[in-house]
Design a binder for this molecule. Structure first.
Ligand code: C2E
Ligand code: CA
Ligand code: CA
Ligand code: CA
Length: 274
């Protein structure tokens, strides 16, 4: 029964070397991840500046029995290419809703979705059915769309986003600014929010290029009536700067890393105890 391939043992010792040989096993193991219950949801707070209210982004974690902990950036793309992303996204939606339903303090969540999932026939209805099952109102859910696969079929996508928003779901463009089509998405897609990628926040200070770009995005978004979240806030300085330029929401390690819901609950109790 010794089936441990070379790639796995190499993985622990020399990650770089192993990555070349790793792809096929990520692919193989991924198909078994759901039934083996290897996925877990982590949550990261997003702070609404004006009200101080907090909602949470669900971020998927994969603890593979064979591969160890595999970061989403190493398997989401694989899943998008082989189609398994639809199963993954469905698992995420179901389990996020379950989490919201069983907690009495999480009032709103953001879910990352691949456009592959969104393009499924009846996706809107499926999502609504799950919400009904868990007695969750659509306005408790925000859908984050990543740009790289956004415009497979523009018209279909626009229609879907319209009906999702009509039902009460909110829609955000994720990683805003990282693709050359960012501004076109903002032009054609009906969205409530953009999330400025953490790459722009990393080195931001008042005399930086990033500051000019970020403040321009903010003023543009304000004129278009679109809200803005800044990702990757790690320092007080970054938070103060983003608040000073009226960014709507802040997210990053300064507030918390993504953590499991039970850890989140303890943090929540801690802050309300004070
Ligand atoms: P994303 O949606 O842009 O998520 C933000 C990423 O930045 C997360 O990485 C988060 O852990 C990380 N992050 C948050 N705050 C900070 C900070 O202050 N500093 C730094 N350096 N990083 C920060 P993560 O969890 O590894 O996720 C990577 C990407 O994988 C996500 O990027 C998202 O595109 C995708 N992803 C994660 N979960 C899901 C999911 O359930 N479904 C789908 N379709 N995609 C997912
Ligand atoms: Ca996201
Ligand atoms: Ca991002
Ligand atoms: Ca991303």
């Amino acid at each position: 029964k010794k089936q441990k391939g070379n790639t796995i043992s190499v993985f622990n010792e020399h990650r770089q070397t192993a990555e070349i040989g790793l792809k096929p096993s990520v692919e193989n193991e991924l198909f078994k991840a759901i039934e083996r219950e290897e996925f877990k949801l982590f949550f990261q707070p997003i702070v609404h500046v004006e009200t101080g209210k907090v909602h949470y982004e669900a971020l998927l974690r994969w603890f593979s029995a064979k591969l160890g902990s595999v970061p989403p950036d190493a398997f989401i793309v694989v899943a998008e290419n082989n189609g398994y992303i639809k199963e993954i996204d469905a698992w995420v939606i179901e389990n996020v809703c379950k989490t919201v339903a069983t907690s009495n303090w999480i009032t709103k969540v953001s879910i990352n979705l691949s456009t592959k999932t969104l393009e499924l026939t009846n996706f809107e209805q499926t999502l609504l059915t799950i919400c009904q099952k868990y007695e969750i109102h659509p306005n408790q859910i925000e859908l984050e769309l990543t740009e790289h696969s956004l415009l497979d079929d523009e018209k279909v996508l626009i229609n879907k986003l319209c009906s999702l928003r009509k039902a009460g779901f909110q829609v955000a463009i994720d990683d805003f600014g990282m693709r050359h089509a960012s501004f076109n998405y903002l032009r054609v897609l009906p969205v409530d929010k953009i999330k400025i990628d953490k790459a722009f926040i990393e080195d931001i200070h008042q005399d930086s290029k990033e500051y000019v770009i970020v403040t321009s995005i903010l003023s543009l978004a304000q004129k278009l009536g679109v809200k803005v979240t800044a990702e990757g806030i790690e320092t007080d300085e970054q938070a103060k700067l983003m608040m000073a330029v009226s960014c709507n929401e802040l997210q990053g390690y300064l507030f918390s890393k993504p953590v499991p819901v039970d850890v989140l609950m303890k943090m929540e109790q801690h802050t309300t105890d004070k």
